[in-house]
Design a protein around this ligand. Sequence first.
Ligand code: SF4
Ligand code: SF4
Length: 463
Amino acid sequence: MDKFIRSVRLDEAACQGCINCIKYCPTQAIRVHNGKAHIIDKFCIDCGRCIRYCPHHAKIPAYDPLTVINDFKYTVALPAPSLYAQYNNLSNVDIVLNALIRLGFDDVYEVSAAAELVSEISREYIQAHEEDAPFISSACPSVVRLIRVKFPSLIPRLLPIKPPVEIAAEIARKRAMKKTGLPSKEIGIIFISPCPSKVSYAKAPLGIDKSNIDKVVAIKDVYPLLLPLMSRDESQLRPLSASGRIGIGWGNSGGEIGGLLTDNYLAADGIVNILRVLEAMEDEKIHGLKFAELNACSGGCVGGTLTVENAYVATAKTKRLLKYQPVSRSHLATTPEAGNLYWDDNVEYEPVFRLGNTFKESLEMMSTVEALTQKFPGLDCGSCGAPTCQTLAEDIVRGAATSNDCIYVLREHISSLSKEIEHLSKSINLSGNCQDENTQLLCDYIQKLTAELSEFGVPKKEE
Ligand code: SF4
Ligand code: SF4
């Protein structure tokens, strides 16, 4: 399994090499070389920010087409809670769930139902391990991936509980197998996702060995297809929903905390805010905190790049919908298929940003990076294709760039080369001695260099 799988791709033809994206990547995972952006796999946490900020729509999320429904004998849709937030004036979740059945799914199981189970077990876990608080939510795969590569000291703080989508997939599979008698491979568990990071999670999950999610489709693909199928005539609706306010609220920032029924919590959203919170937690600057709910997308999952509605409008729509819901409808005691809700695997630190193989080597390389960074103008202009002067210095130390990638260094280099050539030319009295066998080679060399320099805008010396 590829540990650094990512679901954000580059459309090379669309990329203009404008370097916009390199400035917005929170992990400095993008470089622009030869006029095209390039994502460094191991640095990317699938946050989707580059998708949002590319003015040429060259960064694209990868996910499955809805035709995957046809790949299985029996399919179960797992709608994310953020799907409901896309629709206007929704008062009954069953309107969306029944439309999914009309679209072609054989059954549905809400991720929000599993979220209520996660809320229940999280409450128990936090209470039983109060001395190890503060805990960090492990529901957003981008946050878990960020902690895995940048904040090793915070890994033990991650709540070791499977995310709601995984628990939903396990329950859905068990129920479908029992109901149909079909073998597991003929049942398709299909997640309707708000973001690309959950596409990567399904392929390479953290905390467990293998996910029960077979395919991941995008909310933005499903949304328009459901619209004509959404009958609001309550008498025609099968009662399919198994979640209430606690579960549906998980689609928005602060929703997970709503289910924990605890004080001393923090909810942060947007990857830049998350980085600040994690830095503060790493430096132990936040006191008395029990739990941190962190969502990489602004507004929570409703702000994912695979949704259609503005995150803040979607939040308002969720609030309206929640008014009509009971507090909670799913409980561990009445969901025997839930099985083990805890992680089976540890999340290991991946030191992808470390420069050397050993601490000593890293320290030495770091001092080279500092010295190199001093040579650059400190403008962080991005013209070299790296987001900052320090990142360019790190790339040079890793052997992935040269000082001449900096246009300021290159200009100085050319200028001093030009002066040297001029000096050499004068000293051998170029026009007079080029016929001389002994100086012919040197003359040719000087002329070649002079021609090359002219390509950088340095005028040829008058003959
Ligand atoms: S923002 Fe990045 S991906 Fe988009 S066109 Fe510019 S360089 Fe290419
Ligand atoms: S998805 Fe996020 S981490 Fe990955 S390259 Fe884009 S901005 Fe960077």
